[in-house]
Design a protein around this ligand. Sequence first.
Ligand code: CA
Length: 234
Amino acid sequence: MSLVLVVEDEVDLSEVMRDRLVADGHEVVVAQSGAAAMAAVSTRMPDVVLLDWMLPDMDGLAVCRRLRQQHLMPIIMVTARGDEVDRVLGLEVGADDYLVKPFSLRELLARVRAMLRRVDLEGRRQGTGGAEKIQVGALTVDVASHGATLEGKPMHLTRKEFELLTVLVANPGRAFSREFLVQRIWGSDFEGFDRAVDTHVTRLRKKLGALGERIVTVWGVGYRFNSETEKDSF
Ligand code: CA
């Protein structure tokens, strides 16, 4: 059974969402503010978060950013503002998907299920794809042995470069903030490490050759490894 955190201040809507998700076999926790959402996550880690954009205490984007600094769980932004810029922004702060109000309950369930399947497949809670080996074009990352090869030749990576590469390629299409990467790779939230992330990305790009172009800078956020279908970068 998966735990879904519904962050929604409209009581009627949150109840309908909860009932439908419970009927679909999920366990549901409802939070009615950003602060309540942060508290809920620290109490028990949800498998997926449905996060309303407009909350009484802080906006959903801020909540998304804060969650994303520490956690990899999928976040579906729920917005009443359907214009393109907002959607892109939602994804830029590290959301995985979005729903535009009004949405049907069928759509809600479909998105939640799809997200949970993705989590299963990618084993993203480990942040390493759960797989022993990750293959991207000519690149093979062997998570278990901490080694990577490019076109069959071993890549000479430092431990930090290897960890950075693993997080990025195991989660294609997902933007990671510098704070998150620092926390994850250096295990510290010391601000001075932001630069270290940039330096490591620069070195990784060089070592990856043509594949290095798929590590793109996400303006105001950090970095993302583009999946094959994504050619554009921010
Ligand atoms: Ca709201």
